[in-house]
Design a protein around this ligand. Structure first.
Ligand SMILES: CC(C)(COP(=O)(O)OP(=O)(O)OC[C@H]1O[C@@H](n2cnc3c(N)ncnc32)[C@H](O)[C@@H]1OP(=O)(O)O)[C@@H](O)C(=O)NCCC(=O)NCCS
Length: 150
C-alpha cells in the first residue's frame, strides 16, 4: 500500500462510498448508521477519500455549510497499516488545501478524551484546545473541543 495518494470527493454512488461506511462500522467507537450516511446532505458535507488508485488509504467527513468560515471535522481515518508513517499528515495537507479552496478559514472538532493518539495527531498538525466538556458523549465520556486556523 502506498503512503501517498490522491484526495477525491465522494458521492453516494461512488464505488468507494460503501467502503467508507464499512470502515466507519469496523473502526469507530461511535459509528453512524447506514441511514445517517444515506441521509447525509452532500451540499453541506464533504466526504473525501484518500486513495492510491488501488486502495482506500483513508477518509474524512466534514460538515461544510456554504457561507460559514468554520468547517466541522466529524471523522478522519487512516488505514491502520499506514499510521505513524506521515500518511495522515500528508492527507491532512490535502484536506486543508481543499477547505481553503472552499473559502473556509477554521476547522473545529470534538475528540474523545480517551483517544490519545488522535489528540496527539491534532496537536501535531496545529489544533488548539478550546475547552474540555465533561460527559459530552452519551456514555459519559468527556470531549475536548479543538480549533485550527487553516
Ligand atoms: C487519528 C489518525 C488519523 C491519526 O493518524 P496517525 O498516522 O495515527 O497519526 P500520527 O502517527 O502521525 O500521530 C499520532 C501521534 O500520537 C502518538 N501516539 C501513538 N499512539 C499513541 C497512544 N496510544 N497514546 C498517545 N500518543 C500516541 C504518535 O507517536 C504520534 O505522535 P508523534 O508523531 O509525535 O510521535 C489515525 O490514528 C486513525 O485513523 N485513528 C482511528 C480513527 C480515529 O480515531 N479518528 C479520530 C477521531 S474522528
Amino acid at each position: 500500500m502506498n503512503t501517498t495518494g490522491k484526495i477525491l470527493a465522494l458521492t453516494k454512488d461512488h464505488e468507494l462510498w460503501r467502503m467508507v461506511l464499512d470502515l466507519d462500522q469496523a473502526y469507530f467507537p461511535r459509528p453512524w448508521k447506514d441511514s445517517d450516511w444515506n441521509s447525509l446532505d452532500l451540499s453541506r458535507h464533504q466526504v473525501w477519500a484518500y486513495h492510491d488508485g488501488d486502495h482506500l488509504l483513508g477518509f474524512t467527513l466534514l460538515a461544510t455549510n456554504p457561507g460559514d468560515e468554520t468547517a466541522h471535522l466529524l471523522k478522519i481515518f487512516i488505514h491502520s497499516e499506514l499510521r505513524g508513517t506521515k500518511t495522515s499528515e500528508i492527507f491532512w495537507q490535502y484536506v486543508a488545501e481543499s477547505l481553503r479552496n472552499l473559502n473556509f478559514k477554521y476547522v473545529y472538532l470534538e475528540v474523545e478524551e480517551s483517544n490519545e493518539r488522535a489528540r496527539r495527531f491534532y496537536e501535531k498538525i496545529g489544533f488548539q484546545v478550546l475547552r474540555r466538556v465533561k460527559s459530552y458523549y452519551s456514555d459519559g465520556e468527556a470531549a475536548e473541543m479543538l480549533r485550527l486556523t487553516i
